[in-house]
Design a protein around this ligand. Structure first.
Ligand code: IPE
Ligand code: IPE
Ligand code: MG
Length: 299
């Protein structure tokens, strides 16, 4: 298969990841990622992995069985992002609001996250994936934070897909914490308040959580570009406090599949939809249609 970006067999990653050590096994259906020009690919895809509880309840099972079934979807979507040549994939795994759930569900989610990170990080590492954790330290089980930091350290030099695992993540808190860090820098005389810009704030995301975890130093946080494509599964059409700042100009894509029913083909469908969108970022170009009907707008 020839690619529009010039790679020969369609298996070589395009944007990043040329150093990936092994390639994910193809999807069992034989489906291949869409043939898109590299410029039509989102650099950063954010996914709200929603619908686990409904998936389980529809089968007469307790909600936690949906979380268990969702792990397969997560691994497959990461494989699909690697194959497609996406640069960054952010996955919403646990929000700062999810502590409102029953103690039993929270306990399951913590234990299951710890186990999943431990079990999947070697596979992701073998694909050249660089894992980054976004989220708050307070309240998160220390053992979960530790597994995340072990994954960050193990994969920090990988140049393939950046996988931003959002665990105990809330966007408003992330922004408030960055503002707190700005205030601390101003108070310490390190920052001139007159020079505070959007970049000053964004550069401090995660800064308050940058210290060592369980005695393990965290690698420096890489720059993560803004979200280009924001996907939510399960038919819900809301943001639920996910990457609000970073998604200021994201294209939104809501898909009906419940998360455990998702595989990489769903991700690829959203990439195709994204490629067909016209992004303007507030700009505009004058493109009158020749012979256009008077009084009608060209769009
Ligand atoms: C998403 O599925 C997973 C997490 C929030 C951890 P849900 O658990 O929200 O499933 P629904 O939305 O109730 O079906
Ligand atoms: C968002 O989903 C959080 C995650 C997917 C981790 P929720 O299911 O918690 O969001 P709401 O409550 O339906 O808005
Ligand atoms: Mg939900």
């Amino acid at each position: 298969m020839s690619r529009k970006d010039g790679t020969e067999d369609g298996r070589a990653p395009r944007a990043r990841g040329a150093e990936a050590r092994t390639w994910p096994a193809p999807h069992p259906s034989g489906a291949r990622p869409p043939e898109l020009d590299a410029r039509a690919l989102p650099r950063h895809v954010a996914v709200v992995m929603d619908g686990n509880g409904r998936w389980a309840n529809q089968r007469g099972l307790p909600r936690v069985e949906g979380h268990r079934a969702g792990e397969r979807a997560l691994v497959d979507v990461v494989a699909g992002a690697v194959e497609a040549g996406v640069e960054w994939l952010s996955l919403y795994a646990f929000s700062t609001e999810n502590w409102k759930r029953s103690p039993a569900e929270v306990r399951f989610l913590m234990g299951f996250s710890r186990q999943t990170i431990r079990e999947d990080r070697d596979l992701f590492d073998s694909w050249g994936v660089r894992i980054v954790w976004s989220g708050r330290r307070p309240r998160l089980w220390r053992s979960v934070a530790k597994e995340l930091v072990v994954a960050e350290r193990q994969t920090q030099h990988n140049a393939g897909l950046g996988l931003n695992l959002c665990v105990n993540y809330g966007s408003r808190l992330e922004i408030a914490d960055a503002v707190k860090q700005v205030a601390l820098d101003v108070a310490a005389g390190r920052l001139d308040p007159a020079r505070v810009t959007e970049r000053t704030v964004a550069a401090r995301f995660g800064a308050l959580d940058a210290g060592p975890v369980a005695g393990l130093a965290r690698p420096p946080r890489p720059h993560i570009p803004d979200v280009d494509l924001f996907v939510r599964t399960s038919g819900e059409q809301r943001l639920s406090n996910f990457l609000l700042w970073q998604s200021a100009y994201a294209e939104l894509c809501f898909v009906p599949e419940l998360w455990p029913d998702v595989d990489r083909r769903v991700l690829w469908r959203t990439l195709e939809e994204f490629a067909g969108r016209g992004r303007r970022f507030g700009g505009a170009t004058d493109t009158p249609v020749a012979g256009g009907a008077p009084g009608r707008e060209a769009g």
